[in-house]
Each structure stands twice: as structure tokens, then as C-alpha cells.
Ligand binder design. Structure first.
Ligand SMILES: Nc1nc2c(c(=O)[nH]1)N[C@H]1C(S)=C(S)[C@@H](COP(=O)(O)OP(=O)(O)OC[C@H]3O[C@@H](n4cnc5c(=O)[nH]c(N)nc54)[C@H](O)[C@@H]3O)O[C@H]1N2
Ligand SMILES: Nc1nc2c(c(=O)[nH]1)N[C@H]1C(S)=C(S)[C@@H](COP(=O)(O)OP(=O)(O)OC[C@H]3O[C@@H](n4cnc5c(=O)[nH]c(N)nc54)[C@H](O)[C@@H]3O)O[C@H]1N2
Ligand code: SF4
Ligand SMILES: [Mo]
Length: 764
């Protein structure tokens, strides 16, 4: 039997702090996977479900976007082709706990608003569509048909379609995403903010400018055959666990790994692969050959220094630079001199270590650079990633086997959603193709991204919000401001699998529309359906759920979009919405005609391992940029000034959460158990600031606003002594989100600066 939902919320007084872990994964990881499966869904269902995870005829892992092995690349899938956190993601979705009408009758919205995302998520799967009508205190059940009528009526009553915003989180399938953007654009707006705006937007922006396409240029085999892998601003042991198996292969082939991170993350140091003997009975494999414990925000200075050393040593791949790049002279003119004092200040790294890293880079024939949120969620995130690209261009490391750029994506289909048109500023070519295919006019004016949506809600320009998945209020910055923004909306609609805090911050009228998850059978009038997804390395493949749906009232995301579209756009609308819901092949035939690289989609996704989307720099060293070449760029670091007595705080994920979904309270690798309101600070900084480990403090962020200094407060955090870089601190997302000013965003990409917040600690 599975275990019931917790009655009590988190008791932060139960916090236990131990030693950080020595190695990632191992047998312990397997045990935790099974235990979470049993708790959420019982033994039998666990045994039936996990073996289908990431298999060709099973479902795609609802965890991260790390790719599966492909036979075309000479790699076979194993029987258990998943990791501990993939198993947790499945358990969380396939749980046997339920949130139905009785639950909503028992708990008022005001009461739900007092709960953490952990408690809300642990209550189980949503089973019925529910509505909170203007003035009501509780959500109440509503029939699907009436739900669509209410939403359509409210949307039609807006002064303009631009008064609505349509958010997407990255779990939505390609089919649902394609139809959703078609619905939104047919309605008349490009307001399609998505989680990517808070995630890899900086990568997309930097890569599009420099190499002409905003996606990674490597395959799984490239990573595994590199002789040098840089892992920068990423915690793969927790967030992309199977990447450790690839890094292990790099090491076994004699390659080297450089980790750049303010924290000595366990997964970067040592890996015990539960699928081989060394991982089960031995000590595992050492991963990072070089660990650069950088100060938060120091990466641009670091890469500038490395590039200067490469130039100075004459280790430039001149043939590549001459043949395929643009802007080298201008780049080289400013790149040569490094202010070593400023570099030391920004990075906190000894010069000898930077020189050692540069030597490793210069002796590498095949370099892959991987990164994630530690680079993207910074004011200079775009500039930093451009500088990483400069390094690869100098060394000719794009468009050859075993080398390239690897922004490691987050949500399992966040990259696919973009490919399918979920973007507030899709290029003209895509919009024109959409118009041609369906004979409907499509607006051209750019829409609002995530931060601009919140701003527009605050000023009353956006009055209706629809979320296709996700947890907008907890994922976005400046929680207090966002709560108010959502509550001021006339209408909020959340298409969700599980309860979260966004349901507890409703607009005047609010609806929750429960939907099928990845693991579940999707049966429509035309038979059983599958969907398609795209991983971090542009591989598009099928995903087919096998479990009985959590409730017979659930609709698929595709069905929800189609039925809302029919209600909103009327029966005369030229798009044949009803044909899509019957048979997803019909949707895929349209995708084939509209989305670049997707010709013959229905056949290609039926190949056993799916197919790889074209990527001109990877495939043929063709760079579809403005200059027709790969562009060098000039990036000037802006020092982050930290006033005395302050710390630079980053927000990050524990080992026991998926974004705002909190699986449990065990951040095992960091030795933090049974509590989440913690702030990790270097022991010497704790002493210097006059505190002791274990002290209870408010964390107060300081921000120079347009109208003067602003402060934001997150109450009652426990100080934990942790070996982070000096002057830096870390706290969990989403608990620390109230500290992030809405206007603190990355240049160009508008991504919230979730990794560099100036804070002081106040004793309470
Ligand atoms: N289990 C699990 N898997 C996940 C997720 C999850 O929540 N749980 N989330 C998914 C999503 S949407 C995403 S985007 C990814 C996120 O994957 P990650 O980017 O790995 O996630 P974060 O926890 O934000 O970790 C950021 C890492 O960057 C480091 N860092 C912070 N600031 C800096 C800096 O200035 N410089 C450098 N060099 N490093 C820095 C932090 O110490 C930390 O190790 O994971 C995906 N996978
Ligand atoms: N401070 C801080 N803030 C951050 C970050 C950070 O590092 N620090 N990271 C940012 C990043 S990288 C990201 S990607 C965003 C994530 O932002 P979101 O994508 O908005 O958040 P999630 O927590 O992934 O969304 C979880 C909810 O999605 C719903 N859900 C799950 N599966 C499905 C499904 O199959 N279909 C549907 N319709 N709904 C489903 C469930 O109801 C669940 O409660 O947060 C960002 N916010
Ligand atoms: S690495 Fe990511 S995609 Fe693979 S099983 Fe783990 S969570 Fe799932
Ligand atoms: Mo993300």
C-alpha cells in the first residue's frame, strides 16, 4: 500500500545538518527511488511503472531534458534507463493520492494560501475541474463544458486579446504546445511567456547571435567522446543525474573534466554508477580533475582570462577562425590584456589555477562546454555565454565530433515547446508559415515574456492569465508583487496535474483544469495516442503513457486546447479543431508543414529512436547569423559591488525537488535534512558577520530601485555553515524568491537574476 498524504506541513524546527556527501548516486540512490515509488504508488504500481521509463515504447521521463542513449550512436538502452530523480518525478505524478471535490470543500482558498508548495503537492493528483467564482471562499466542481464557456466568455469580454497572457511550462508535449500557440495567435496575441524566459533564455539569446541557432550543438556521443568537458554553473548530480554516467565515460576514455562552481557539489566530485561494479561495491569514479570554486558571477572574468591566455600562447585554431568566423580582429584587440587584480577579485580564483585550466583547454582536441542556471540567471548571463562561445571559436570547437556548446536544458520538453512556437517573439518565417497552413491571420507585434507579463498585470494591462502547466507564482521572482498581480487579474486558469501555490493566489474568477500526465494512457475517439517531445540535444521522439489516468474526468492537454479553441473562436473558425483531438497524427501533419526541420514528422517520430532536428553549425559548420559566420563578440565584465556586511546570494534546487514541486525534505548530498528555510554561508563569513551556525535570521535583499533603495524580506531562515565561495551564500528556490526584485533581470534576455542577490542577515 502507498502512504497517505502528510497532514502536517514542514516543521522547520526539525532541521538536521550533517556532513555533505562524498559521492553521488550509488546504491543509496536506487533505494531512495524505490522507497519514493512505494510511498506514492505502492509496490505493484512501482514495479509496473518504472521499467517503462525512457524505453522506446514507454514514456519520456517527466524529469529533466537529458537525452536517452541512441542505437544510431552505437548505444543500447539499459533495463533501468533512469535515475533517482527521474524515479521521483514519476512517483510524484503516478501517485495514488487524490485531490477531488471533497478536498476543496474541506479547505478554503485562504487556508490553502497558508500552505507550502510541499504540502500542496503532496496531497495528490487533481481529479475534477473546479472553479472559484467571484466572492467565493472555496473552489467548487464545474462541468468541463461550462468551464470552457466561462473562460471563453471572459476572454472575449477583454478590451483586446493583448490583455490576456498564456504561460507554458516545459512539460507540455509538442502536439499540445503547437495547438496552444495556434489557439493563442488565432485569438490575436503573441503573449506567450514561458518558463524558458526564466531558464535558458540567456543561452538562446547568446547562441542565436554568435552561432545562429539558440540550441546546443552536441549529441550525447559528442559529450561522451570529448577529451575535455567543462561543467560550468550546473549541478548535474541532482538536476541531470544521468549526465554523470556520460561524464564517467569521458573519464574512462581518458578525458578530463573541469567543474566551475561556487559550491563543491557532490555530483561534480565523485560518481558511483549503480549499473557497474565499481559503483556498487567500489569507491566510484572521480569526476572533476579541476574544481574552480568561483565567486558567484565571476564566470565572465574567468573566461576572459582563459581566452587571453589562449591568444597569448598562440593556441588559436587559425584555419577555423579564418574560414568560419567573423569579428576576430576586434575581439583579439581587446582580449589580450587581462587585469589580473580585477580577475582575482571577480573570480576569487588563484592565477595559477586559471593558468592550469587554460593549459588543459589548450591541450584539448575535443572540448565540450556544458552550462545551466549558474550562467544564465545573471545580469551578464548573455555576455558570459558569448564569452564561452568565444573560447570554443578560438579553438575551433564547433561543428566537429566530440566538441561544441551544450546548454543543458531543464524541463523535459522546454526545448520542444520553443520549436513548436511557444515564444513571445517567434520569427516572421514561422508566423507566415502558420498563416499559410491554416488560413488564419496571425499577429506580428511581439508579445510579453514572463517578467513583462507580471509588470503588465501590475499596471492593469493584462487582466487574464492562463497557465499551461507550471506554477507561475512560485517560479517567478518578487513573490509578493506577483501574488498581488495574479490576485488583481479578472481571470486565472491553471491547467495542472497537481495542486500548487498558483491555485491559492487566484484572480477574481479562477479555474483549475486537471490534465493527464506523461505516465498515463491517452485514449481518444481515434484510439490510443502518443505524443512527441524534444530533448536537450534536439532529438525528437515519441512518448506513450501506460497507466490508467488518475481520474476518468481528466482531459489531455490537447483536448483542453481544442475544446477551449472551439468555444472561444466559434464553429466558423477555419481551423478544424475537432479533428486534432481525435487523432494526434493530424496535428503532426500540420507540424510537418509549419515547423522547420519537421518534414515527414509522422514517419520520422515512429523511427525507434525518433530523429534529430537539423542544426546547421553542428551538421555543416553553416552559421545562419547576420554575418553568415560564427561571430566573435566583445564582452566587458561589470564588477558586482557588495557593500560591507552583505553577501551575494544564489537560489538553487535541493536534491529533493523539481522546481517548485517539493518531493521531500532530504538534500542528501549537501547533508541538509528535514528543513528548507536555510541559508548556506561560509564558516568564516558567518563568524565575520557576528553570527553562529544555527542562528535564526531574516534574509533581507537590497536593491537600488528607480525610486530609491528597495528592501525585500524572507523571514526565519536558519544559518548553515557550508563550504561555499567566500562572500557568497545560497538558499533554496522557491522559498527565497520573495527576495528577487522584479526589475533585477539579465541584459538582453530579461531573465530574472536568481543567482546574484545582495542580502544582509538580520538576527531575530
Ligand atoms: N531533480 C531535479 N532536476 C531538475 C530540476 C529540479 O528542480 N530537480 N530542474 C530542471 C530545470 S527546469 C532546470 S533549468 C535545471 C537546472 O539545473 P541547474 O542549473 O544545475 O540547477 P540549480 O540548482 O539552479 O543549480 C545551479 C548551479 O550553479 C551554481 N552556480 C550558482 N551561481 C553560479 C555562478 O555565478 N557561477 C557558476 N559557475 N556557478 C554558479 C550553483 O552552485 C549550482 O550548482 O534542472 C532541471 N532538472
Ligand atoms: N529563485 C529561482 N527561481 C526560479 C529558478 C531558480 O533557479 N531560482 N529557476 C527557474 C526555472 S529554470 C524554471 S524552468 C522555472 C520553472 O517554472 P514552472 O515550470 O512554472 O514550475 P514547475 O515547478 O516546474 O511547475 C510545476 C507544476 O506543473 C504542473 N505540471 C506538472 N506536470 C504537468 C503536465 O504534464 N501538464 C501540466 N499541464 N501541468 C503539469 C503541476 O501542477 C506542478 O505543480 O522556475 C524558475 N524560477
Ligand atoms: S537524467 Fe533527467 S531525464 Fe534522465 S532519468 Fe534522470 S531526471 Fe529523467
Ligand atoms: Mo528551467
Amino acid at each position: 500500500m502507498s502512504r497517505g498524504a502528510p497532514e502536517q506541513d514542514i516543521d522547520e524546527n526539525a532541521l538536521r545538518v550533517g556532513e555533505p556527501g562524498h559521492a553521488a548516486a550509488g546504491v543509496k540512490g536506487v533505494l531512495v527511488s524505490l522507497q519514493r515509488g512505494w510511498e506514492q504508488m505502492g509496490v505493484t504500481r512501482t514495479a509496473r511503472t518504472l521499467p517503462l521509463l525512457n524505453q522506446r515504447d514507454g514514456f519520456d521521463c517527466p524529469g529533466c531534458a537529458w537525452p536517452d542513449p541512441r542505437e544510431a550512436e552505437g548505444d543500447k538502452r539499459k533495463i533501468a534507463e533512469f535515475c533517482e530523480n527521474g524515479a521521483k518525478a514519476v512517483a510524484e505524478e503516478a501517485t495514488t493520492r487524490r485531490v477531488g471535490p471533497e478536498f476543496f470543500a474541506r479547505h478554503s482558498v485562504a487556508e490553502l494560501a497558508e500552505r507550502t508548495d510541499y504540502w500542496l503537492g503532496q496531497q495528490g493528483r487533481l481529479t475534477h475541474p473546479v472553479i472559484l467564482r467571484d466572492g467565493d471562499t472555496h473552489y467548487r466542481p464545474i462541468e468541463w463544458s461550462e468551464a470552457f464557456e466561462v473562460i471563453a466568455e471572459r476572454l472575449r469580454a477583454l478590451g483586446s486579446p493583448d490583455e490576456a497572457a498564456f504561460y507554458t511550462s516545459g512539460r507540455t508535449s509538442n502536439e499540445a504546445a503547437f495547438l496552444y500557440q495556434l489557439l493563442v495567435r488565432s485569438f490575436g496575441t503573441n503573449n506567450l511567456p514561458d518558463c524558458s524566459n526564466m531558464c535558458h533564455e540567456s543561452s538562446g539569446s547568446a547562441l542565436t547571435e554568435t552561432i545562429g541557432i539558440g540550441k546546443g550543438s552536441v549529441s550525447l556521443s559528442d559529450v561522451e567522446h570529448a577529451d575535455l568537458v567543462l561543467v560550468v554553473g550546473q549541478n548535474p548530480g541532482t538536476n541531470h543525474p544521468r549526465m554523470l554516467a556520460s561524464l564517467e565515460k569521458v573519464k574512462r576514455r581518458g578525458g578530463r573534466i573541469i567543474a566551475v562552481n561556487p559550491l563543491p557539489e557532490t555530483g561534480l566530485m565523485r560518481f558511483k554508477n549503480p549499473q557497474n561494479a565499481r559503483g556498487v561495491v567500489g569507491d566510484g569514479t572521480q569526476l572533476a580533475d579541476e574544481f574552480a570554486q568561483i565567486r558567484i558571477g565571476g564566470d565572465l572574468a574567468l573566461f576572459k582570462a582563459i581566452n587571453a591566455l589562449v591568444l597569448k600562447a598562440g593556441a588559436v585554431d587559425q584555419d577555423f577562425v579564418d574560414g568560419w568566423t567573423h569579428g576576430f580582429a576586434e575581439f583579439a584587440a581587446q582580449a589580450a590584456d587581462v587585469d589580473w587584480e580585477a580577475t582575482a577579485e571577480a573570480t576569487g580564483l588563484p592565477r595559477e589555477q586559471i593558468e592550469r585550466i587554460a593549459e588543459m583547454v589548450m591541450s584539448s582536441q575535443r572540448t565540450v562546454a556544458c552550462w545551466a542556471m549558474g550562467l544564465t540567471q545573471h545580469k551578464q548571463g548573455v555576455a558570459t555565454i558569448r564569452e564561452v562561445v568565444n573560447l570554443l571559436l578560438l579553438r575551433g570547437m564547433i561543428g566537429k565530433p566530440g566538441a561544441g556548446v551544450c546548454p543543458v536544458r531543464g524541463h523535459s520538453n522546454v526545448q520542444g515547446d520553443r520549436t513548436m512556437g511557444i515564444w513571445e517573439k517567434m520569427p516572421e518565417k514561422f508566423l507566415a508559415a502558420l498563416e499559410d497552413e491554416f488560413g488564419v491571420p496571425v499577429p506580428r507585434e511581439h508579445g510579453l515574456d514572463t517578467v513583462d507579463t507580471i509588470r503588465a498585470m501590475r499596471s492593469g494591462r493584462v487582466k487574464a492569465f492562463l497557465g499551461m502547466g507550471g506554477n507561475f507564482v512560485s517560479a517567478t521572482p518578487d513573490t509578493e508583487a506577483t501574488v498581488r498581480a495574479l490576485r488583481d487579474c479578472e481571470l486565472t486558469v491553471q491547467v495542472s496535474t497537481k495542486l500548487n501555490r498558483s491555485h491559492a493566489t487566484p484572480g477574481r474568477t479562477a479555474l483549475i483544469l486537471p490534465t493527464l500526465g506523461r505516465t498515463e494512457r491517452d485514449v481518444q475517439a481515434g484510439g490510443e495516442q502518443f505524443v512527441t517531445v524534444e530533448d536537450s540535444m534536439s532529438v525528437v521522439h515519441r512518448s506513450r503513457g501506460r497507466l490508467k489516468p488518475a481520474s476518468d474526468r481528466l482531459l489531455s492537454e490537447v483536448a483542453i486546447v481544442c475544446r477551449l479553441a472551439r468555444e472561444l473562436l466559434g464553429p466558423q473558425h477555419p481551423v478544424r479543431w475537432e479533428s486534432f483531438e481525435r487523432d494526434y497524427d493530424v496535428i503532426r501533419d500540420h507540424i510537418a508543414n509549419v515547423v522547420p526541420g519537421c518534414a515527414d514528422y509522422n514517419r520520422k517520430v515512429r523511427e525507434p529512436d525518433g530523429f534529430v532536428l537539423p542544426h546547421p553549425p553542428r551538421d555543416s559548420r553553416t552559421f545562419p547569423t547576420a554575418t553568415g559566420k560564427a561571430n566573435f563578440t566583445v564582452n566587458v565584465p561589470e564588477p558586482i559591488e557588495i557593500p560591507a556586511g552583505r553577501l551575494l546570494l544564489q537560489t538553487l534546487r535541493s536534491h529533493d525537488q523539481y522546481n517548485t514541486t517539493i518531493y521531500g525534505l532530504s538534500d542528501r548530498y549537501r547533508g541538509i535534512e528535514d528543513g528548507r528555510r536555510v541559508v548556506l554561508v561560509h564558516p568564516d563569513d558567518i563568524a565575520e558577520l557576528g553570527f553562529a551556525a544555527g542562528d535564526l535570521v531574516d534574509v533581507v535583499s537590497e536593491w537600488a530601485g528607480e525610486e530609491g533603495p528597495e528592501e525585500r524580506r524572507a523571514e526565519r531562515f536558519r544559518i548553515v555553515a557550508y563550504p561555499t565561495a567566500r562572500g557568497c551564500a545560497a538558499a533554496y528556490y522557491p522559498e527565497a524568491n520573495p527576495l528577487i526584485p522584479l526589475n533585477s533581470v539579465a541584459d538582453k534576455s530579461n531573465t530574472p537574476v536568481s543567482k546574484a542577490i545582495t542580502v544582509r542577515l538580520e538576527r531575530i
